[in-house]
Design a protein around this ligand. Structure first.
Ligand code: FMN
Length: 192
């Protein structure tokens, strides 16, 4: 069974989402020692933002030689995603939504004809069934009962992107809740 582990926080060792995503992967490895884990750090090895020439090449236009590394990186990211049975994503909230590094990755894996298509019933997933676990970290509280709920564009966005059922864990990094949020998230995973 293959697991793809993605991190996108820019805060390195201080990152909450990295700690929680690592704890999730460690727990899953413990449960399934034969798990084949592939790690992609989107801040250490960022994917470029999409370009017009990239889109044109993906649709069959002749690609300039200098685009070759970008096209290869895109194909590698897509192949990794398609091969994975489980995807664990560390997703911090930056300015109400996901980091741009994570958006750049999503732009490479949400590809019409490869991972989704539109038919008479609307968008249909083509990537098969995957377990997607997202470790979300954010400083604020965006509960449905708060005015800030309107500003929550991370979880709602990732839910919309997900072509399969999602299992999530949350943590908070507000000064008072930081440690307890991480511990709660870890405990939840240790108990599974
Ligand atoms: C550039 C930046 C923007 C942020 N924007 C928000 C935000 O809009 N809403 C929020 O609740 N927290 C925000 N935060 C707080 C982070 O979500 C919080 O520190 C979280 O722990 C970040 O995850 P990480 O530690 O894995 O990077 C922001 C933090 C940074 C560094």
């Amino acid at each position: 069974m293959k697991l793809l582990h993605i991190d996108s926080s820019v805060l390195g060792a201080h990152s909450v989402s990295r700690q929680v995503s690592a704890a999730i992967v460690a727990r899953l490895r413990q449960a399934t020692p034969s798990l084949d884990v592939h790690y992609r750090d989107l801040t250490q090895t960022p994917l470029a933002h999409l370009s017009g020439s990239h889109l044109a090449a993906a649709q069959g236009a002749p690609a300039p030689a200098e685009l070759a590394p970008d096209l290869a990186a895109s194909q590698a990211a897509l192949a990794e995603f398609l091969a994975a049975d489980i995807v664990v994503i560390g997703a911090p909230m930056y300015n109400f939504t996901i980091p741009s590094q994570l958006k750049a990755w999503i732009d490479r894996i949400l590809v019409a004809g490869k991972t989704f298509k539109y038919d008479a019933n609307g968008p249909q997933g083509l990537a098969g069934t995957k377990r997607v676990i997202v470790a979300i970290s954010r400083g604020g509280y965006y509960g449905a009962d708060t005015p800030a709920a309107l500003g929550e564009h991370l979880e709602t966005y990732l839910r919309w992107c997900s072509a399969s059922s999602a299992s999530r864990t949350r943590s908070s990094s507000s000064p008072t809740a930081s440690r307890s949020g991480r511990n709660i998230a870890r405990r939840r995973w240790q108990a599974r």
